[in-house]
Design a protein around this ligand. Structure first.
Ligand code: PAF
Length: 287
């Protein structure tokens, strides 16, 4: 595996490759990322990965400096997975001057849920992903469903800009106790780590309640969903969590379903972000 830090060198290396598949990451790789690499391998050849901790997607009070940087270990994991090139640019390479042109996703998708609690997050994500696509020029790029909203926003960006890249989704990989794998899990204390799977359990219980209501003879209402969401926030609070949101949304556009949507059995997804101590975890579950 070749580790490349320079854009021109990357292009030289990938010249003539028109079936490349790509997995962009911020490093600190775990099984979740490696599963995306394996999916990438099924969709194209060669497989290119990138590691770049993107300052643009971190808010002023977020953990940019604390974000774990483990390039050596990451490179050896990627090499074992048969990755052809690891693109690991420095900030000076990717942002040699202030990145003044940015990609601003539509507010109705980019400023809700994660975008509401992390203003500018998706602008930063879209900007770097577009730039990475431009450097790598892949035919396929793989993103995890754990970042459900991110996946949807990138898909729509690729579609609206007619980017010649297919966006493929990878299922969330979980620890045995159900906790979604995330680089941020390493910030959890031993006690918090024991508690952390409760977030997914809360989503599963909520899904069960929604399904029970859906299968009853009475029509499900948006108000009932709001009460259910609130109940989960309270249950988590009693266990020591501070939830930013528990949101039952339509899978198509992540908006809250209205009565008609519920009557026509629109497909739903539950999304959450919640803090346990200082660590903010996100997860989701399709209904
Ligand atoms: O999901 C991530 O790790 C990041 O948001 C991404 C897509 C690599 C952009 O920095």
């Amino acid at each position: 595996m070749k580790i490349v830090t320079d854009i021109h060198e990357l292009r030289d290396h990938l010249r003539g490759q028109n079936r490349a598949s790509f997995v962009p990451t911020m490093g600190n790789l775990h099984e979740g990322h490696l599963s995306l690499i394996r999916i990438a391998r099924q969709h194209g050849d060669p497989v290119i990965a990138s590691i770049f901790v993107n300052r643009l997607q971190f808010g002023p009070n977020e953990d940019f400096d604390k974000y774990p940087r483990t390039l050596e270990e990451d490179a050896s994991k990627l090499e074992k997975e048969g990755v052809y090139v690891l693109f690991a640019p420095t900030e000076r390479v990717l942002y040699p001057e202030p990145q003044e042109y940015r990609v601003d996703p539509p507010k109705q998708l980019g400023d809700i849920l994660e975008g509401e609690f992390r203003p500018g997050f998706f602008k930063g994500v879209c900007t770097v992903v577009l730039k990475l696509f431009s450097c790598v020029q892949p035919k396929v790029a793989v993103f995890g469903k754990k970042d459900y909203q991110q996946l949807m926003i990138i898909r729509q960006m690729a579609q609206q800009f007619a980017l010649p890249v297919d966006i493929v989704a990878g299922e969330t990989i979980r620890a045995e106790d159900g906790l979604a794998l995330s680089s941020r899990n390493s910030f959890l204390s031993t006690e918090e780590r024991k508690e952390a799977p409760q977030l997914q359990i809360a989503l599963q219980n909520l899904r069960h309640e929604i399904q029970t209501l859906q299968s009853s003879s009475l029509a499900l209402t948006p108000n009932q969903l709001m009460i259910l969401e609130q109940k989960v926030i309270e249950t988590l609070k009693d266990r020591g969590w501070a939830a930013d949101y528990i949101a039952i949304r339509k899978r198509t556009n992540l908006l809250a379903p209205n009565a008609e949507d519920l009557a026509s059995k629109e497909e739903l997804v539950i999304l959450t972000a919640a803090k346990l101590g200082k660590t903010r975890l996100i997860d989701n579950l399709e209904v």
